[in-house]
Design a protein around this ligand. Sequence first.
Ligand SMILES: Cc1ncc(COP(=O)(O)O)c(C=O)c1O
Length: 440
Amino acid sequence: MSQAIQFPLGADGLPTHWYNLLSDFTEPLPPPLHPGTGEPITPDLMEALLPPTLVEQEMTGEEMIEIPQEVRDVYALYRPTPLLRAVRLEKALQTPAHIYYKYEGVSPVGSHKPNTAIPQAYYNKMAGTQRLATETGAGQWGSALAFACSIFGLECTVYMVKISFEQKPYRKLLMETYGATIHASPSDRTEFGRKMLAEDPDSRGSLGIAISEALEDRATHPETTKYSLGSVLNHVCLHQTVIGQESIQQMEMAGEEPDIVIGCSGGGSNFAGMAFPFVRKKIKEQKNYRIIAVEPASCPSMTKGELRYDFGDTAQTTPLMMMHTLGHDFMPPSIHAGGLRYHGMSPMVSHCLKLGLIEATAVPQLKVFEAAVQFARSEGIVPAPESAHGIATAIDEAIRCREENTKKVIVFNLSGHGLFDLSAYDSYLNGRMQESGDDA
Ligand SMILES: Cc1ncc(COP(=O)(O)O)c(C=O)c1O
């Protein structure tokens, strides 16, 4: 009989609850601080930005949080997502390792981002919000929020990092198709954008700048508009835990227990979504998984940054968060994995690293694309450049298994497809891509 490569969950495999790792940390997560007073942020301050339910989810110690039926109904458009065994990649690598991947690219916009965009749009709609303002790097998050806003009848304004705006014109069109309004960031729409442009008219932007612009947009339209963030925050990591919960069920169907769990990490949300349900088993069932977060070598917040309080955005408008950071004014090189060009890391992911529950590694851009192309040629899916960071590490671990002749079970999160990123593949395949970021 041929090897099973798919482990499909039926509709009843869709999780009914999100898992909250905050409830299981042995040492509490340091709270976000008000930059003026140095005191922990109170819920009323956060409610200017987010609807009350999301503020509650940001802070709650409850372990399992029920997913509203309206959200589950929209998840059902694409969830449960597939978990596959990469037998052709295993063969190409001649490794005794078994490699599995959870594929989030089947969502309508091609990534894991709708897992949180849908509940965020839903809770905002319930709270009477008219419009959401947000930022996007590669455009995956902006597309997800634009899609979710179209489902729940909200307006959506997206500040898109200028380098990605230029590299990925089809992402902009996708967002517009869902009815969103897009501005290249830095833009002349906000005071902070104008300041950045005055300092550097050719600025290619960063997630930190785009976040500042979206926050300013919210602050100047307090009656109608709330802010929405696609990563970093606790409630975003919470919503993403559907990924890991499904993966645990699917690995049971495959009859295997992972030794190594891998995910790429920009602000940390897809990694958290995959990893936290496994971290739970590590804490509660003393499992000894290796759980690895993978970041770009050119934006190495976890492997080279400091763990300290820092702002989440360049204009210093957010609360201070305890996280691994390269500094809020760090300007990442223009690598093609736009979604990983962020100076900080989710406080929850940072805390996991501090507590030794996870590891972190960094991979350079050319190696990432070598892995991406090898994956595409063996498994057929063209991965998003962000996701390919996880693939590169999975391949490294599988090669190590070959060299040491050990059979490990590796599972990684393939957070999205790269069909809107083909200009990056063009640059790699035609020899223009450089390690430094800028194409030749
Ligand atoms: C496909 C994909 N994977 C990963 C990321 C990184 O974000 P996060 O660390 O929040 O998962 C992004 C961000 O845009 C993305 O588009």
